[in-house]
Ligand binder design. Structure first.
Ligand SMILES: NC(=O)C1=CN([C@@H]2O[C@H](COP(=O)(O)OP(=O)(O)OC[C@H]3O[C@@H](n4cnc5c(N)ncnc54)[C@H](O)[C@@H]3O)[C@@H](O)[C@H]2O)C=CC1
Ligand SMILES: O=C(O)[C@@H]1CCC=N1
Length: 277
């Protein structure tokens, strides 16, 4: 689903938390040509503030009156940090639309603390840093179509956007694409380690592993074949791939992988429950 309204424009965007994920979104906004002076970041961390200030952004260690002018507040602190951050922010940001990238934390619990129902929630991922992320999106009913369009415009420079119909689906999105880059990096680490065991240099292993991931992903995106068919096309009977995949199947790797993703989904739900208590 994609919205078709003319987007609302946010004159001042405030970020609460200026870490990894905030930086990825801010990078997209700056690439899009947004003026750094129209972005305000609240972060108690001096190093984070210094890094952002060198890009021309307005920074502050704690929220002050300047926040009243923000038309969008982006929540990018850890879920466990939200309660404290909200306590000092809510009264200053009553007019704003709120947009959370925090894993697990439910909008109804945020609404209770922020005193507004105008909340959208997202699950981005770190490839957003290079404009190749994918962000799952959900908005409460009180968020207008124009505001939804504006949220999409915020996400687009960081990659793709995908709306989900019910908020609980974001826990599955978290398990898949939110945490997903870590699974891919883990797999690449294993391939590079195996390459070294087989006598290739770390650099050769890295180049081969990265090109294999990029190439396979492009092929799967462009081909009409399913990933299963593409896999079969690589796998000659009695050949090398067959030997490798049989080893993976015998070790239960696919089942473990599915279990791992269910653990991530469960943890996202727990983060929400822990907060809602
Ligand atoms: N890193 C990832 O791959 C993804 C992270 N997320 C979510 O994004 C959120 C932020 O994660 P990261 O950016 O990775 O964490 P981070 O630790 O890099 O950034 C959090 C920032 O919040 C600041 N902070 C702490 N207390 C604060 C307060 N009271 N007021 C303002 N700022 C405060 C910290 O100093 C820090 O700079 C988390 O809720 C996480 O669930 C979502 C998708 C992917
Ligand atoms: O690990 C986490 O909790 C966050 C959410 C998705 C990616 N990183």
């Amino acid at each position: 689903m994609s919205t078709s309204s003319t987007p609302t424009s946010f004159e001042l965007i405030a970020f609460i938390g200026g870490g990894n994920m905030a930086s990825a979104i801010i990078g997209g906004l700056l690439r899009q040509g947004r003026s750094p002076g129209s972005i305000l970041v609240v972060d108690p961390g001096e190093a984070a503030r210094e890094r952002l200030a060198t890009q021309g952004l307005r920074t502050q260690a704690a929220p002050d009156e300047a926040l009243r002018a923000a038309s969008l507040v982006v929540w990018a602190v850890k879920p466990q940090q939200f309660k404290d951050a909200a306590a000092s922010t809510a009264a200053l940001a009553t007019q704003a639309l709120h947009y959370s990238v925090m894993a697990g934390l439910r909008t109804e619990d945020m609404a209770r603390l922020l005193g507004t129902q105008r909340i959208a929630r997202a699950m981005p991922n770190t490839p957003a840093l290079v404009g190749q992320g994918i962000t799952g999106l959900f908005a409460r009913a009180q968020v207008t179509d124009a505001e939804r369009a504006a949220i999409e415009a915020l996400v687009r420079p960081t990659g793709q956007a995908l709306w989900v119909g019910q908020e609980s689906d974001l826990d599955a999105v978290t398990a898949l694409s939110g945490s997903g880059p870590a699974y891919v990096f883990y797999f690449i680490e294993a391939m590079v380690q195996a390459a070294a065991d087989m006598g290739l240099s770390p650099e050769q292993g890295r180049v081969l592993a990265l090109a294999t991931f990029a190439g396979a992903t492009s092929l799967a995106s462009q081909s009409e074949d399913s990933p299963a068919t593409l896999r079969e096309k690589v796998t000659s009977k009695g050949g090398t791939t067959y030997a490798a995949l049989t080893t993976l199947e015998n070790a239960g790797v696919k089942a473990s992988f599915i279990e791992a993703m269910r653990a991530a989904q469960k943890r996202a739900g727990e983060l929400g429950d822990e907060f809602g208590r």
